[in-house]
Design a protein around this ligand. Structure first.
Ligand code: SAM
Ligand code: SF4
Length: 415
């Protein structure tokens, strides 16, 4: 005889678009569904529920999520008791318009409602009442959201409109979350926020939080993303530079190498200030990756040259490059666009420039000894976020001291 509880369990297929914050939000939303008797599946065909967590940062990302929703029409038609949840940033931006266009959409939950997700689910009446909280999975790597929203107003960016102003989570709640994840086996925690290093909870600064997370039993390494350049102060660096648990890698979006464009983007720093920050971070041993936008409406050839020269000067280990995408309602969307040809041409030139950056960062490690946190029996990452393959096998989650013998592309080899 089958177990009646098993029969009632809904299987959830999750499709996440966008950044790590969205991945963490998907996990949080699933935990609420799991507390209502749902289990995860990676097969759409056997799912009873599809949770689509969306991104709207660029038009392309939004388009992908909405066309996936369009494709779900057939899936829903095959069994109308199936449930579709459309959540996140595109859900926030497009709102009720979506429910009109896709009447088979059951639950709409925009990015600003993440704290209210459980209530929205209960209101829908499509899930049973909450039972015991979901057991935490035991991955070696885990995320902890420490703030939501953004107080900046970068002129190209839709995030403040869809995620709202900054709300920092209380430090004690974050530590409780980290302890729970560490108890379930997490060794590396990545703290998440749109301007993560602006974190503040009363007297607790971001540096204090990093140090305290590093003290949680079982935690070997602490990462964070995305920081904003202006919050990397000498005080911050002094407070973290001697803590080996704080990973020596930061993803620090620059967006443009031209002070003029940075001003028009309202980024709050100049080219020179950004380079002062990268120099100070390099001096403390941090590897730095970045994001760059090409073809902002006011970007001239000379501005673009400045971006290319900043890449030469800043010593990035990687750069993610995006064509500017106008987002309705942002100040930049009212400016005259550059032609797609110019955008594509500049993106090509920039991609050619950044292509070898990671290889150089990898090559520079040959002959050094690196602490590697093993994510599989023979593969792990250094504190500086470089991949290492080992000849011997080690327990997953252990930290080994590996002598780097050679480098091939974006992989280091050790014994
Ligand atoms: N909060 C981070 C910061 O201040 O840099 C970035 C978060 S944003 C969601 C992620 C990246 O998307 C940005 O660093 C930027 O390069 C890119 N991005 C944001 N808006 C964009 C737009 N309208 N067009 C192209 N890329 C964009
Ligand atoms: Fe967008 Fe700027 Fe906020 Fe980053 S800091 S999320 S780019 S508005």
């Amino acid at each position: 005889m089958g177990c009646p509880y098993f029969v009632l369990m809904k299987k959830v297929f999750i499709q996440t678009y966008g950044c790590q914050m969205n991945e963490a939000d998907s996990e949080e939303m699933f935990n609420h569904l799991s507390a209502r008797g749902a289990v995860m599946t990676d097969k759409l065909e056997e799912a009873d529920v599809v949770l689509v967590n969306t991104c709207t940062v660029r038009e392309h990302a939004e388009h992908k999520a909405v066309s996936f929703l369009g494709r779900l029409c057939k899936w829903k038609r095959e069994d109308p008791s199936r449930v579709i949840i459309f959540a996140g940033c595109a859900a926030e931006r497009l709102g009720k318009k979506l429910q009109k266009r896709y009447p088979y959409l059951d639950i709409l939950s925009g990015a600003k409602s993440i704290d209210n997700f459980a209530h929205i689910v209960d209101e829908s009446g499509l899930f049973s009442a909450a039972g015991s909280p979901a057991p935490v999975k035991s991955p070696v790597l885990a995320y902890a959201t420490i703030m939501r929203g953004c107080d900046f107003a970068c002129t190209y960016c839709i995030v403040p409109a869809v995620r709202g102003p900054v709300r920092c989570l209380p430090c004690e709640d974050i530590l409780a979350d980290v302890r729970r994840k560490a108890a379930a086996g997490a060794k590396e925690i990545t703290l998440l926020g749109q301007t993560v290093n602006a974190y503040k909870d009363g007297a607790v600064t971001f540096a204090d939080l990093l140090n305290r997370v590093g003290e949680v039993e079982g935690i070997e390494r602490v990462r964070f993303t995305s920081p904003h350049p202006i919050y990397f102060t000498p005080d911050f660096l002094r407070a973290v530079k001697d803590n080996p648990k704080i990973a020596r890698h930061v993803h620090l979006p620059v967006q443009s190498g031209s002070t003029k464009v940075l001003k028009e983007m309202k980024r709050g720093y100049t080219r020179e200030i950004f380079l002062e920050k990268t120099d100070a971070l390099h001096a403390c041993g941090f590897n730095i990756s970045t994001d760059i936008i090409v073809g902002f409406p006011t970007e001239t050839e000379a501005d673009f040259e400045q971006t290319l020269s900043l890449v030469d000067r800043a010593g990035f280990m990687a750069a993610y490059c995006f064509k500017y995408s106008p987002r309705e309602g942002t100040p930049a969307a009212r400016m005259t666009l550059l032609s797609q040809n110019i955008l594509e041409e500049r993106l090509d030139i920039l991609l050619n420039k950044v292509r070898g950056l990671s290889d150089n960062a990898y090559l520079a490690q040959v002959g050094t000894v690196q602490a590697v946190l093993m994510e599989t029996p023979n593969k792990g990452r250094t504190s500086g976020n470089l991949w290492v393959q080992t000849e011997k096998e080690y327990p997953i989650g252990s930290v080994i001291n590996a002598t780097i013998e050679k480098s091939e592309g974006t992989l280091l080899f050790a014994r």
